[in-house]
Design a protein around this ligand. Sequence first.
Ligand code: S3P
Length: 193
Amino acid sequence: MAIAPTTKTEKADPPLQVDRSVVLVGLMGAGKSCVGRRLAESLGLPFVDSDSEVEQAAGCEVRDIFKVYGEPAFRDCERRVIQRLLQGSPSVIATGGGAFMDPDTRDDVKTNAISLWLRADPEVLHQRTKRSKNRPLLDNADPLDTLKSLAATRYPVYAEADITIDTGDEGLEKTLEKAINALRQRTKADKDK
Ligand code: S3P
């Protein structure tokens, strides 16, 4: 029996292009850097990590900035670094977990970028961060409790991001796929306006 050739051709989605920076928001361990790096590759954009930029500007690691200069100095530097990054050409920017809590940074992100919150439960974040040595806010007796209280205060503010992606124990590829689909929808909605 002859098999009829299929007439239906699968049309692949065209490569996604964005005309603004994409800013990743979320608590420590949410995967902002890992997802951001892969997202940048997919979008053909440079990837920048605001913590690394702050470390470069200060000449020392985040934990030493907290220890020697204090958290307010870190926040000040973080705000200025993100402002500079947002003035540059489009890129994918992974921000430190506290960055979007700053009202000026938030306004700047809302005006100049698409923000994407990687939401995860504190328990998941705890598993992912428990061996980290460069997160001063979690360097205490009960980091899970800290993550829970940070989630309580920050999640209502992170919810102001343009896009929210739920991430659990799924792999990086799945989260990346969700992020690309959400960005595709968002850019289409912006164009149709
Ligand atoms: C912080 C998160 C860290 C870093 C600093 C403070 C926060 O970045 O900026 O330790 O306030 O949540 P990551 O979210 O990349 O771990």
